[in-house]
Every structure is written in structure tokens, then in C-alpha cells.
Ligand binder design. Structure first.
Ligand code: MN
Ligand code: ZN
Length: 338
């Protein structure tokens, strides 16, 4: 079979290897059908991921069909269409014990710390398999993963219908966050510097949009909210975005960080204390695939329409080059193994 290997930052190659074997009676073999390319994969390719190791088969938005099952597997059968959970946790550390394997002290993320889905076959335990909704195309199903990240963030924020949620950034992550936050019934305000993204946010049903390059962000938020947003989610992640959100958020509010930004942002501790802000990180997702799939099956969220380009897996190197070209028509590329 073929797999795409990031040998080291900037160096991709497609190589021939043996199809992996089941190692455990609870393992299953997945024949890949589609894999999404995420911003974090681009970081791994460029060598700017603070967590990835090399050489690495990237890919954590992994969709396929079960091709073989171990003798103790009962949750899935050959032929089932699945998305593979990106998280492999140890099960015995403190976060694992309190039900938060997404931040396991020995966390291994498929496609980051261990090999992921940019290959024709992969082996993973049955626990990592989530059945796809009926009728959802493989290349659209890759979006279940980014949507699960947004569900996690909303869950960390503890959003209820009385909240006013401010989402900083209306790119791919921001859009998933808007869709997830809308399910809570809360009021949503979004800012970005690109008008086109803000128009799309408006179409999704947010209450207000602010172009922070052309408008006074703090002034507009005051106009729309009286006391400030009760929840702020950082879907932009630049130096200074955290202190900015600490300033904008209402007293007693929650600020959610999602970026893997390595450079420090200066923070005045006084503001956290004086406003009793909760600053909470949101990483990956904790059992959110099932919630996303249930919301889709219930007709509450739309997953289709987010993938802008489908390219054959054999053109994966070309796909990464196209992303580097900054072609504005590229929103999301799904690699297809058909
Ligand atoms: Mn992703
Ligand atoms: Zn653990």
C-alpha cells in the first residue's frame, strides 16, 4: 500500500509499505476512503507544530471502511463506514481517570505523535471507531473531526442560551464554532478582518459581525452587549489575542483558548483577578464525535459544503503545495482514496 510520509519538515514522499497487521484482538483494519487536510497538518509539514515528531504519516481527519476485525471486536463489523478518533490515551493518568483522555499525560494523537490517516490502510482499536451517518459522503465526513473540536470548545465554555458568545476569527475553525454555538441558543457575535468571511458568518445566523480592521471592536461590542460578551472564544490565536479577549470579556466571563501559539502574550494578572475571569484551554475533543454525529442525524447541523476541493490521495504532495500557494479558493481539501 501507499502512504504519505513527512520525512522531516518540508519533505514529503509517497512510499510503498506493507499493509499493517492487527496487533491486538480488539484492533480493526481500516481501508481509507478520505482524509482531510487541517491547518495543523500544514504546521507539521512546515515544522511549526510544537508537538509533532518525525518521520510522520500525518492525517487526523480519517474516514474509511472496516476491512478486517480482531477476534474480540464486537462494536463494528467488516464493511462499516467509520471515522477514526484521533486520540490514543493511556487510561491510567490523572486526566484519563477523571474522564478527560483528550489531555492524557501520555497523549498520542494519530497523525501527530503516532502515524495517522494519510495511507491506504491503518490499524486502530475498535474503541476509536465511530459509525458514519447514513448518506454522508466520505469526503464530507472528514468535517466531523473539525466539528468535534468546536463542540469541545463550546462544552469547555459551558455555553447556555443566556450567554453572549464572541468568536474571534471567522475562518474554518470560527465557522465550525459558529455552527456548534448556534445549537446552544446563545447570541453570537463574530469578528474577522475579511468581509467575505463575515458575510458567510452572517448567513449562518450570527447576531452581529464586526470587521475589526475597519470598525472599533471594543466600541461595537459595548454597543451590542452592554456588559461585554459572557464567553469569548479565540479562533484566531495571534500574539496579543488572549489579553485582547480578557479586556473584551464581561466580568465573571469565560475566555477559551484553542491555538497552539508558542510565542508569549503579555497578560496582566490583575485583570483575571479583578474580573474573576475563567481562562480555559480547549484541546482536541473529549467524546464529541458521537455528539456531532447525533446532531447531524437529528438534522441540527450541516456538515456538507465545507470541503472546497477533493483531490486524489496520489496527488497529496501537490495538495500541500496548493495550500502553500495561498490560493484563496481553498477552504478545505479532502484527499480521496477512491
Ligand atoms: Mn483537524
Ligand atoms: Zn492518560
Amino acid at each position: 500500500m501507499k502512504q504519505l510520509v513527512t520525512e522531516k519538515p518540508g519533505v514529503l514522499s509517497i512510499v510503498d509499505v506493507e499493509i499493517p497487521r492487527l496487533m491486538d484482538p480488539k484492533d480493526v483494519l481500516v481501508k481509507m476512503k478520505a482524509a482531510g487536510i487541517c491547518g495543523s497538518d500544514v504546521h507539521i509539514y512546515h515544522g511549526t507544530s510544537p508537538v509533532a515528531t518525525y518521520p510522520r504519516v500525518m492525517g487526523h481527519e480519517i474516514v474509511g471502511v472496516i476491512a478486517e476485525i480482531g477476534k474480540d471486536v464486537s462494536a463494528v463489523k467488516v464493511g462499516d463506514k467509520v471515522i477514526v478518533d484521533q486520540i490514543a490515551a493511556c487510561g491510567h493518568c490523572y486526566p484519563c481517570k477523571i474522564g478527560r483522555p483528550n489531555i492524557c499525560c501520555n497523549l498520542k494523537v494519530r497523525g501527530v505523535h503516532i502515524d495517522g490517516g494519510y495511507r491506504e490502510y491503518m490499524v486502530a482499536p475498535e474503541d476509536a471507531m465511530h459509525l458514519l451517518p447514513e448518506g454522508l459522503a466520505f469526503t464530507d465526513a472528514v468535517m466531523i473531526e473539525p466539528m468535534s473540536i468546536a463542540f469541545q470548545s463550546c462544552s469547555r465554555a459551558g455555553i447556555s442560551k443566556d450567554d453572549i458568545v464572541f468568536i474571534l476569527g471567522a475562518g474554518a475553525l470560527g465557522k465550525s464554532l459558529i455552527k456548534a454555538a448556534l445549537l446552544t441558543g446563545a447570541e453570537i457575535i463574530v469578528s474577522d478582518v475579511v468581509d467575505q468571511r463575515l458575510e458567510e458568518a452572517q448567513e449562518l445566523g450570527v447576531s452581529h459581525v464586526i470587521n475589526s480592521q475597519k470598525e472599533d471592536l471594543a466600541g461595537k461590542l459595548k454597543e451590542y452587549t452592554q456588559w461585554g460578551p459572557t464567553v469569548s472564544i479565540d479562533a484566531a490565536g495571534f500574539v496579543g489575542s488572549l489579553p485582547l479577549l480578557m479586556d473584551l470579556t464581561c466580568n465573571a466571563g469565560r475566555v477559551i483558548t484553542m491555538a497552539f501559539l508558542d510565542e508569549p502574550s503579555p497578560v496582566q494578572q490583575f485583570k483575571i483577578t479583578a474580573k474573576e475571569l475563567d481562562i480555559r484551554g480547549s484541546r482536541l475533543q473529549n467524546n464529541k464525535f458521537g455528539e456531532v454525529i447525533a446532531a447531524y442525524n437529528a438534522g441540527k447541523i450541516k456538515i456538507e459544503g465545507a470541503v472546497s476541493h477533493v483531490m486524489p490521495f496520489t496527488d497529496a504532495i501537490e495538495a500541500f503545495k496548493r495550500i502553500d500557494s495561498k490560493d484563496p479558493s481553498i477552504r478545505k481539501i479532502a484527499l480521496s482514496f477512491e
